[in-house]
Design a protein around this ligand. Structure first.
Ligand code: GAP
Length: 528
């Protein structure tokens, strides 16, 4: 599926439904109808997300000598975001439909097809007798039959808003409308109903709040924002991190944390949310190394995705053309993944030059230069920024893992749903079962194994129902290994097998026998 337009909505629906049914992801505030663009992770989703974040941290910070971690505050000073350009520029142009009151991103409204634009000049309410001279324009495409009737139907909906829901709007009869060929130059029309949209207005994507009990909402010192990206606290603390650690260029500061954007149109499950987590690295370097390091980071990040189970062939690299990049960026790559709703961005790797440190040095009036002891040079470091979405990567892991396997025989269908997570990402690493719930010895040994493994990994104990069904329940949530304590374990079938258990592999469904004392090292070698 390398074509951007190829989508699989049926697969996506199944994924969303499994996420809810098995406790990966729920809509926030669902009990009260749902909070748009916000999501709560259930028990399994939380484990999956933690595994991803822990792995990212281990690979990015702990296993490297040149990257340090930080954890900045979410509430961000007005001045920081003025300097970064977010207060002045982090806006989307929005246009409103007069009929549905829907707000759409003006730059995403497609050009309208040629047709007839009907402008209705007013209406009368048959219930109250009131009249209005408010106008509404509707563009009906040429290929549509009964154009006037279609336009009039939509116009009546508009006047229903004007007069109120108990009204009965009647369009003005004589000279009550005009009809001209459309679309007009530069005008925007709602693609769903043809209504002429309002002039675009800029809409800030930041969540703003005020600090302190007696805060004046207009006082810039009292204004704070929920951060729109984790990056800004890294830029602002770059000098403190540098001065408090014996570190030289090139070096990075990494952070995982929540960011907030009042997205106009949250969509595609968790893909575009209003509250989300980012995993960002700001890698500071000498100016002459910026382009080379951008390419190196791109490779490092692609390797990371392969290691967590997102194969290279499902990722696409978009080398953003000069005209589409931020003015300060000399190179930007988008790493995109083949989601079931299309190929979409997972991460950006951007060479941001010295723009960020430059604007904060200017805005704060404090020097942020680096002094190179060897060359005795003083300069502003340049920055390479690999910035990944944590929730988007979790979603990619879920989409990639989801599989339905036909196991039916003799014309009977039997579909096994299996989440093929890499063991390192799987929310539960191993499930432990006694074959028979009523066999006290099997139960005792199974619980002992559970206790032995629990300090090292997430273990699930289950003794409910037939063992085949227990395997299927674990397949559906992606548990890579299941251990069954059976009659062989007790030495009842053959003395040679005493003290061994059945170990079942999720993907192949093959089974092997392992001694109980080998389980911990065997699993540890596979689940980290
Ligand atoms: N500091 C650079 C920065 O924030 P960005 O492209 O706006 O760049 C980086 O965001 C990543 O954060 C994106 O590639 C995406 O994975 C994630 N992201 C951005 N907006 C998001 C949203 N509304 N919902 C979920 N993830 C989002």
């Amino acid at each position: 599926m390398a074509n951007k337009d190829v989508t699989d909505p049926v697969r996506m629906e199944k994924i969303v439904s499994l996420c809810k049914r098995r406790g990966f992801i729920f809509q926030a505030g669902e009990l009260y109808g749902g909070l748009n663009g916000c999501w709560d992770y259930g028990p399994l989703g939380t484990e999956l997300k933690r595994n991803l974040k822990d792995y990212w941290w281990r690979k990015t910070v702990q296993e490297r000598d040149d990257v340090l971690g930080m954890d900045g505050s979410i509430l961000t000073m007005h001045q920081v975001l003025v300097s970064s350009g977010h207060v002045g520029g982090f806006n989307d142009p929005m246009s409103e439909c007069p009929v549905t009151k829907q707000r759409l991103r003006a730059d995403q409204i497609p050009a309208a097809d040629p047709g007839i634009e009907y402008t209705f000049l007013g209406a009368k309410d048959a219930v109250s007798g009131k009249t209005t001279d408010k106008q509404v324009s509707i563009l009906i495409p040429n290929e549509k039959q009964e154009k006037f009737q279609s336009a009039a139907k939509i116009a009546r909906k508009f006047y229903l808003h004007v007069f109120g829901k108990d009204s009965k709007p009647q369009l003005l009869e004589e000279d009550g409308f005009t009809d001209t060929p459309g679309p007009r130059d530069g005008a925007l029309y709602n693609p769903e109903n043809g209504a002429l949209m309002s002039e675009p207005r800029m809409f800030s994507l930041m969540f703003k709040t005020t600090m302190g009990a007696s805060a004046d909402p207009d006082d810039p010192n009292a204004i704070a924002y929920l951060r729109p990206e984790t990056a800004q606290s890294i830029f602002c603390q770059y000098k403190n991190v540098l001065d408090s650690n014996r570190i030289k260029l090139p070096f990075g500061i990494a952070q995982i944390g929540k960011s907030f954007r009042n997205e106009i149109n949250p969509r595609n499950f968790t893909f575009r949310s209003r509250e989300f987590e980012q995993m960002e690295i700001e890698y500071f370097c000498r100016p002459e190394d910026g382009l080379r390091l951008t390419d190196e980071w791109l490779e490092t990040r692609l390797e990371f995705y392969a290691e967590i189970g997102i194969p290279r062939e499902k990722l696409h690299i978009l080398d953003i053309p000069d005209a589409d990049r931020a003015f300060y960026s000399k190179k930007t790559y988008d790493i995109e993944y083949e989601f079931p709703f299309g190929i979409q961005e997972l991460e950006g790797v951007a060479y941001r030059t010295d723009y960020d440190l430059g604007v904060h040095a200017k805005g704060s009036g404090r020097p942020l230069e680096y002094f190179d002891e060897e060359t005795k040079e003083r300069f502003l470091p340049h920055v390479v920024e690999p910035s990944a979405g944590c929730d988007r990567t979790v979603l990619a892991l879920i989409c990639e893992a989801f599989d339905e396997e036909e196991l039916g025989k003799d014309g009977k269908s039997d579909i096994r749903t299996v989440m093929r997570f890499m063991p390192s990402m799987a929310p539960i690493k191993v499930a432990v079962f006694p074959l028979l719930k009523k066999n006290e010895e099997q139960v005792r040994i199974a619980k002992e194994i559970q206790k032995q493994l629990q300090p090292w990994m997430n273990v699930f104990y289950d003794d409910g129902g037939a063992v085949g069904r227990r395997y299927r329940r674990q397949d559906e949530i992606g548990t890579p290994f299941c251990i069954t304590v059976d009659f062989e374990t007790l030495g009842e079938e053959s003395p040679d097998l005493k003290g061994t258990v059945t170990l079942r592999h999720r993907d192949s469904m093959e089974q092997e026998r392992l001694p109980v004392e080998d389980l911990l090292p065997w699993l540890l070698a596979r689940v980290r």
